[in-house]
Write a new protein. Structure first.
Length: 116
């Protein structure tokens, strides 16, 4: 059985559907900004949508964890599943980021030369 947070998330799949005055929207914007800083490059509309969804999944996981810690009867497996979904969403975004270049060489080549 899905909690109220999941039902809300199904209806609100983008940041444009959130109330801009609330703390949820502000936290989502913080997460989006942090993820976009980590991407190091042009953010396409498709990538922007993935970043927003990852932010929403992260907010849901944070909300479920906080509510469980406050004593609400939220099953632990639901909290763990939400955290796993959020972690995988963020990992999928960060795995797509381009490699950083240092003076014409890739970062991995620089690390390889320093290891010798």
């Amino acid at each position: 059985m899905l909690s109220d947070s999941w039902r809300v998330a199904r209806r609100k799949l983008g940041l444009n559907r959130l109330d801009r005055r609330g703390s949820v929207y502000k936290r989502a914007c913080e997460i989006v900004a942090e993820l976009e800083r980590g991407l190091r490059g042009e953010i396409t509309p498709l990538r922007r949508q993935a970043v927003e969804r990852a932010a929403l999944m992260t907010i849901l996981a944070e909300d479920l964890s906080a509510r469980r810690l406050q004593g609400e009867p939220i099953p632990l497996d639901e909290v763990l599943r939400a955290e796993g979904v959020a972690r995988r969403a963020v990992r999928a975004i960060t795995a797509e980021r381009p490699a950083a270049a240092v003076q014409g060489r890739s970062l991995s080549a620089l690390e390889w030369s320093e290891a010798k």
